[in-house]
Design a protein around this ligand. Structure first.
Ligand SMILES: NC(=O)C1=CN([C@@H]2O[C@H](COP(=O)(O)OP(=O)(O)OC[C@H]3O[C@@H](n4cnc5c(N)ncnc54)[C@H](OP(=O)(O)O)[C@@H]3O)[C@@H](O)[C@H]2O)[C@@H](O)CC1
Ligand SMILES: Nc1ncnc2c1ncn2[C@@H]1O[C@H](COP(=O)(O)OP(=O)(O)O)[C@@H](O)[C@H]1O
Ligand SMILES: [K+]
Length: 474
């Protein structure tokens, strides 16, 4: 099933390409008019009428600003425009500027401070470098800011802040959100977020080779329970466990069971007695790993939570040799950091930024590209965890997950996540889709788990999260 167009996140460059392709059907001037109208309408809906100052840059973002100013004036708001620089003569933005007949004021901190509401139409998709100091000081002086397309200073492709960006109360973008709307730190600056349909032919999105999606149900489909379901069709998750940190493997096991695995088994070798004191529904194996792998139903293995690098060295190569689908985390990433080649053959890894940096170097401001590059490098899906999580596949696909809560920032919640992803894999989902689904379910459980949950508290919400994802994804 193709991934739905409605979840695509085109880069600003791809949006520019889209405008060029759409030009014959809908000229830029028309799109600009609709964009400005959408901004004026959103401002009317979000704010009581007040004195508005529209800050206009020299490009099309400024053009949208002139249109919005004209419509706001028509709607009865007192509106003035302050231009950073005039648009290029004969451009669409220049034509929009000429149609605005209201007052012009200097582009200064004083004017910005006097306005009840400042509309940031300085730079949007065309931002190419950090804004100059005069731009920053004018935006800093504003009391309340609405951004057109993107708050000035945010890189729409990466969410990086170039220099500085205003904290907005509302951001209105067009056609589709961009990666920068979903990625921190930029995404925290948007305030309320509106994506307006300006009538661009959406079919053009299919021609652009966009490889980035917002992580939502519909991007993937989790198998539902059916009357014919039995435990082996729901899937078996196997987890390697060690002696020094048994809790991590137990958290993974609990996450796997709570998200709907048919059967979860812990392979603990000589440490098995400690695990047998745990949950009664868990099967604990003390046999040799090579023998356990005789069972072909045990396709999915989690290796790393609670394991020392030595324990990983004793297990991971055996799993890979047996061609199992392996999800590597924690101790396996520490072991892999010494030589990333060791991880070749795993299906997916789930590093937080520290683990990612040890494996591949610091990701820098463009985490999306860094995650994609890492996935290509080790030929595995990379789940780069954090307040926003990027799930990148070796074929270039990437999903951005902002469906999460800071309540997840508690020790062990990453172990729960590996268990949930393990269950999605055991249910037969392809690896990238399973990782995307697992991250969303984990986020949903975090959102449902109330205030200050501990990792174990997430489990009680994973079943409902799975049901919701199935319903939304239909
Ligand atoms: N389909 C859609 O989504 C539609 C979107 N539309 C709108 O178009 C907007 C994109 O317009 P745009 O490409 O003209 O870019 P925009 O941000 O106005 O700036 C470009 C100019 O700024 C300059 N410049 C850049 N950074 C700078 C800096 N730091 N300091 C100083 N200068 C800087 C840059 O100069 P250069 O770097 O090239 O030297 C160039 O001259 C988009 O955000 C949306 O609002 C609608 O109108 C139509 C449909
Ligand atoms: N501020 C946050 N907002 C949303 N999710 C978060 C936040 N901080 C951490 N998380 C999520 O919590 C989990 C923590 O995993 P990890 O760092 O491996 O912790 P541990 O090793 O203790 O299990 C990850 O899934 C991460 O995406
Ligand atoms: K802007």
């Amino acid at each position: 099933m193709p991934h739905p167009r409605s979840l695509l996140l085109p880069t600003p460059a791809q949006c520019g390409e889209m405008d060029r392709l759409a030009y014959k059907a809908v000229p830029i001037a028309t799109l600009m008019d609709r964009a400005g109208w959408a901004v004026a309408r959103a401002i009317r809906l979000h704010f009581t009428p007040c004195r508005v100052l529209v800050l206009c840059g020299p490009g099309n973002n400024g053009g949208d600003g002139y249109v919005a100013a004209r419509y706001l004036a028509q709607m009865g708001s007192p509106v003035a425009v302050a231009a950073l620089a005039e648009p290029r003569s004969d451009s669409d933005a220049a034509k929009a500027a000429a149609l605005f007949k209201g007052p012009r004021v200097p582009f200064s901190p004083k004017e910005a401070a006097r306005a009840d509401l400042v509309v940031d139409a300085i730079f949007g998709a065309g931002l190419s470098r950090a804004p100059e100091e005069n731009v920053v000081s004018v935006l800093k002086a504003a009391q309340r800011v609405v951004a057109i397309d993107m708050p000035t200073g945010i890189d729409g492709a990466t969410g990086a802040i170039l220099g500085d960006a205003p904290d907005c109360e509302l951001t209105v973008t067009f056609v589709r959100p961009k990666p920068g709307h979903k990625l921190l730190p930029g995404s925290a600056k948007l305030g309320d977020f509106v994506c307006a349909d300006i009538g661009e032919p959406q079919g053009i999105l299919d021609q652009l080779g966009i490889q980035t999606w917002h992580n939502e149900p519909g991007l993937w489909h989790i198998p539902p329970m059916t009357p014919e379901s039995y435990k082996y069709s729901r899937g078996v998750v196997s987890i390697c466990a060690g002696g020094s940190m048994p809790g991590a493997a137990r958290l993974s096991a609990a996450g796997a069971r709570a998200s709907g695995a048919g059967l979860v088994r812990i392979s603990a070798g000589e440490n098995a007695p400690a695990f047998r004191l745990g949950a009664p529904g868990l099967i604990v194996d003390d046999g040799e790993l090579a023998n356990l792998l005789q069972d072909e139903r045990r396709k999915i293995w989690i290796c790393g939570p609670g394991l020392t690098p030595d324990e990983v060295a004793e297990t991971l190569p055996i799993l890979l040799k047996a061609e199992r689908i392996v999800l590597a985390d924690a101790g396996a990433l520490t072991w892999g950091a010494e030589n990333p080649e060791r991880l070749k053959g795993v299906a997916a890894i789930t590093p937080h930024i520290g683990e990612f940096s040890r494996l591949f170097g610091k990701p820098g401001e463009d985490r999306l590209s860094a995650a994609r590059e890492a996935a290509r490098k080790i030929n595995a899906v990379v789940v780069m965890k954090g307040a926003d999580t990027i799930i990148a596949a070796p074929d270039g696909r990437a999903a951005i997950n902002d469906h999460a809560s800071p309540a997840l920032a508690t020790a062990g919640s990453g172990d729960t996540l590996t268990g949930v992803i393990g269950t999605m894999l055991a249910a037969g989902m392809p690896v990238w889709e399973a990782c995307c689904a697992g991250v969303w379910l984990h986020g949903e459980a975090g959102l449902r788990a109330g205030d200050w949950p501990i990792a174990e508290d997430l489990d009680a919400h994973l079943g409902a999260a799975r049901t919701k994802a199935i319903e939304l994804g239909l």
